[in-house]
Design a binder for this molecule. Structure first.
Ligand code: CA
Ligand code: CA
Length: 151
């Protein structure tokens, strides 16, 4: 009987591992990082960053290797559909162009009164600021090419 129980619990353990989602969700965004996802609702591939990134289209070592999904694949540029800022220092700006230019959206950081995450950039996103940012009501889905903290 003891052996049977051990076998059953081992089997359940394996099933439990198999049931683990292949992709990380919003709760898996580490403190101090901004996380971006391939699809809406914090789904699909995740990309985690703790520093500014001026060009999601540049993913080589010379660019700091920052423009890859966490699984190492490329294709981050113009693919982000949901975001969450778990940065501990600052707000963040996402921009359509390289070097933080072009259309943009601003987010606060976790624990502040500002909007700090958005499951659907397709509905627009961000918050209104007094330093040049504006509430964006048009889709920002699959547009982000750069981001910087403390904009
Ligand atoms: Ca996408
Ligand atoms: Ca873009």
């Amino acid at each position: 009987m003891k052996r049977l129980l051990a076998t059953v619990s081992l089997a359940l353990g394996v099933l439990g591992m198999a049931a683990t989602p292949a992709f990380a969700g919003v709760d898996d965004c580490p403190s101090g990082s901004v996380c971006r996802w391939q699809y809406g609702n914090y789904d699909g591939k995740q990309a985690t960053s703790q520093i500014d990134n001026p060009d999601y289209g540049c993913w080589s070592v010379t660019c700091g290797n920052q423009s890859r999904w966490d699984d190492g694949s490329t294709g981050l540029n113009n693919a982000v559909s949901s975001v969450s800022n778990h940065g501990t220092r600052c707000n963040i700006k996402f921009a359509d162009g390289t070097n933080y230019t072009g259309a943009d959206v601003f987010f606060g950081r976790a624990g502040t009164n500002y909007q700090w995450r958005d499951p659907y950039l397709s509905n627009g996103g961000g918050y209104e600021t007094t330093v040049g940012g504006a509430l964006r009501v048009n889709s920002f889905d699959n547009l982000t090419t750069s981001h910087n903290f403390c904009p």
